[in-house]
Design a protein around this ligand. Sequence first.
Ligand code: NI
Length: 137
Amino acid sequence: MKVTVSRRAHFNAAHRLYRPDWSNEKNETVFGKCNNPNYHGHNYEMIVSVTGKINPETGYVIDVKVLKDLIKSEVEENLDHKNLNLEVPEFKNLNPTAENIAVWIYDKLRVVINDDLELKVTLYETPRNFVSYSGEQ
Ligand code: NI
């Protein structure tokens, strides 16, 4: 019997989507407003879900306090109020799209959450646009 425990969290961050090897026109066409050279912010919302067996001793799949603290230390401290392109090394040469940020969050949390537990990250860039990643290759 597996149960999923989820925690919602958020961070604010700035980004710009562009490829230096593309023309201005092509960047504008593909990335639209997210190509603004002066950067712009998003209020990102995320849902981190952990699935696994209930520990018979505690009755927990994962202690949500532990999950909350891991999201804070691994994700919020690194992304909140940051310029993702300039301040997060992985996005120096990788566009900080919602897809790539979701993978980044997953990778950070995957190494600190027990291997017995499945992990899924859903990231909302806007209330209507969201992506999710659970480690598929
Ligand atoms: Ni954007």
